[in-house]
Design a protein around this ligand. Sequence first.
Ligand SMILES: Cc1cc2nc3c(=O)[nH]c(=O)nc-3n(C[C@H](O)[C@H](O)[C@H](O)COP(=O)(O)OP(=O)(O)OC[C@H]3O[C@@H](n4cnc5c(N)ncnc54)[C@H](O)[C@@H]3O)c2cc1C
Length: 407
Amino acid sequence: MKKTFETVIVGGGAAGFFGGLRLRALAPRASILVLESAARPLGKVLISGGGRCNVTHDLNDLEGLLEFYPRGGPALASILRRFMPADTVKWFESHGVKLKTEADGRMFPVTDRSQSIVDCLLKQAARSGLEVRSGDPVKSIALSPEGYLVQSKSGLFSCRTVLLASGSSPAGYRWATALGHDLIAPVPSLFSFKVDSPLLQGLAGVSLSRSRASLLLDPPITQEGPLLVTHWGLSGPAILKLSAWGARVLADCSWRCPLSLDLVPDHTGAELRRLLLGQKQGGRHQLGNPPLELPRSLWRAVLKGGELEPQRVWAEASNRALGCLAERLKDWRFEIVGRGVFKDEFVTAGGVPLEQVQLKTLESRRSPGLFLAGEILNVDGLTGGFNFQSAWASGWVAGQGIAARLQ
Ligand SMILES: Cc1cc2nc3c(=O)[nH]c(=O)nc-3n(C[C@H](O)[C@H](O)[C@H](O)COP(=O)(O)OP(=O)(O)OC[C@H]3O[C@@H](n4cnc5c(N)ncnc54)[C@H](O)[C@@H]3O)c2cc1C
């Protein structure tokens, strides 16, 4: 027996819930069904931000905001403009979740618990009469004379409109393709780098507050920020940003690529050489004591990469060796040999091109009545709350688009 709804939302994640709630607010009588494959909806919200959920970022200048999205471009501006981080804050606060801003601009619930966000969304869904079925994976989406037929594990649903908000699920990509969309190949973003170098052994946990990291490609890709040595390689904001901006080229080379680290981005090479040569005047000091703001163990690893023994004294070091040391501090070479994990966040770059949706409504240009929101679109951001911001915003815009279509 098939059941009829005005809208079926495929995926009970951030974008699906926000789309449903916005639609419900604008069309309170519309029948809406959310189908979620997992036993509980909003699973990623729950695990996000290390269990704290970095809901958004305290950045409300559109131009500035766009700089945090490696994929999205001007088309994304049209979506974000309609629902900026300040709107996210207002929405959650007006629904009982107060957010706080950390020094770097990331925003979290004051409780520091992602459960507060999940509870809020579930409560609003229940209050507004959004029907949510969990543990009910969608198996197929097909066109029908009324609009669409959605087959899930529990039944067959006829609807006028579908909101496809299945995140980075391969099934979602398959349905989008079957309904006439192109797919920009999904590849991972926001990961750490596996680096197999004896020089990094024993350094796990060492961090640097400023660094510049470059993928040595043609053209090179460079990002700056803190750096962290891990058990299997390198991580930290500089590396994560690099993994995002280089997501596609890194996938193309199977995550094997030369990497250069500048450990002292605040000094030019010439300044550094002068500084190191100047240390020779100090005579009997040991080379193992860093003359720069670098962790001693990291400094010693850089020395180890050259001909300099930490127990020798500066006066004994040749000018040539100190010149090489300066070069290595500015351009320390490694080979990335694979992709590591970054436990706090992970997103997929690629998906349905934004050109194939109407930006004001997120209705597909290829399959009328089908709306798309969230990670299924070719949008992804850096860490900092930018990924949820684009999921809330696109859910919101799609909810409005569906409400207008149902009128
Ligand atoms: C560990 C981790 C931590 C993160 N932390 C943050 C953070 O703190 N801040 C931030 O901005 N971003 C964070 N992100 C990224 C963020 O979670 C995503 O960008 C966001 O969840 C995308 O929302 P979405 O609704 O498009 O997709 P999702 O949240 O993935 O929701 C899609 C839903 O669709 C469901 N689904 C899939 N296939 C089917 C099917 N066949 N039938 C029915 N349902 C289906 C899935 O189960 C899922 O619930 C994190 C990601 C990860 C993995």
